[in-house]
Design a protein around this ligand. Structure first.
Ligand SMILES: Nc1ncnc2c1ncn2[C@@H]1O[C@H](COP(=O)(O)OP(=O)(O)OP(=O)(O)O)[C@@H](O)[C@H]1O
Ligand SMILES: [Mg+2]
Length: 260
């Protein structure tokens, strides 16, 4: 069964999409079968995977509206994984499904159809708690929370963990925080180190050892429609996301082992 993981944080610009794209690419390089689902009408994860958001014949919008089977809407990308793309049309879905029964579970039900074809399904979320994001959080087994180590990150933390708790209780008992990822990390900065220490205290083992440094190649790669590993494979960003994927695989093996 696929591990289905949302990359979520209500705060904008913390590296959700960068993480979704580069984690998907890294897991694929480590021979995992990966689907990336873009649940943000900005379509950044779609574009960052080399899929033109405005040329999509079908997107996640059509799947949520029940217009096409999910298999039809999944694109084969050139980057080692498959993509269920999004574009601005997704913004209109919210209203269209608002009154529908089971509206929170549309993505979950759709993913059931394809789950067995993948080892990992990574869902990139928008920086909001819309019904679209609720669909994402209802469909996954876990959440990875990317965080920038700055003062305001801590402020948003309680909100975020409360949201996850609420959704876990109301819609998805399986939902758990699988990991917290420090992004745009600058070890020379004292505030980064302070916030990092607080995150360690708050999240304990859930905080990934791997940190993602601030790296210009990570910011440049999306303009070329490429995960950073295909753009500059020896860059610090590429190495960091590969390390993250390896850390994730190792942790999930340990967890499986201990459950036996
Ligand atoms: N480690 C990094 N080093 C340098 N730049 C980065 C890094 N991570 C992300 N960025 C850049 O920071 C900006 C925000 O990143 P990203 O789009 O991944 O955040 P997001 O959380 O998905 O944003 P949104 O909330 O709008 O969806 C982008 O321009 C991205 O290229
Ligand atoms: Mg994003």
């Amino acid at each position: 069964m696929a591990q289905i993981i949302a990359i979520a944080n209500q705060k904008g610009g913390v590296g959700k999409t960068t993480t979704a794209v580069n984690l998907a690419a890294s897991l694929a390089i480590l021979k995992k079968r990966v689907l990336l689902v873009d649940m943000d009408s900005q379509g950044n994860a779609t574009m960052g995977s080399g899929v033109q958001k405005n040329d999509l014949l079908y997107s996640v919008t059509d799947v949520l509206l029940g217009e096409v089977p999910i298999e039809t809407a999944i694109q084969k990308a050139e980057v080692g994984y498959k993509v269920l793309g999004a574009n601005r049309e997704l913004a209109g879905v919210e209203l269209a499904i608002a009154e529908q029964e089971g509206r929170e579970f549309i993505l979950k039900n759709a993913l059931k159809e394809v789950e067995s074809a993948f080892d990992y399904i990574i869902v990139d979320c928008a920086p909001s708690l819309s019904l679209i994001t609720v669909n994402a959080l209802a469909a996954v087994n876990g959440v990875i929370i990317p965080m920038q180590c700055e003062y305001y990150a801590l402020e948003g933390l309680a909100d975020l963990t409360q949201t996850i708790d609420r959704i876990q209780k109301a819609l998805n008992p399986n939902l758990e925080i699988v990991g917290v990822l420090r992004t745009m990390y600058d070890a020379r900065n004292a505030l980064t180190r302070d916030v990092s220490a607080e995150l360690e205290q708050y999240f304990g083992k859930k905080l990934y050892d791997t940190v993602i440094p601030r790296n210009i190649r990570l910011a440049e790669a999306p303009a070329h429609g490429l995960p950073v590993i295909y753009f500059e494979k020896s860059s610090k960003g590429a190495v960091a996301y590969l390390n993250l994927a390896a850390e994730m695989l190792k942790k999930s093996k340990v967890k499986k082992g201990s459950a036996v």
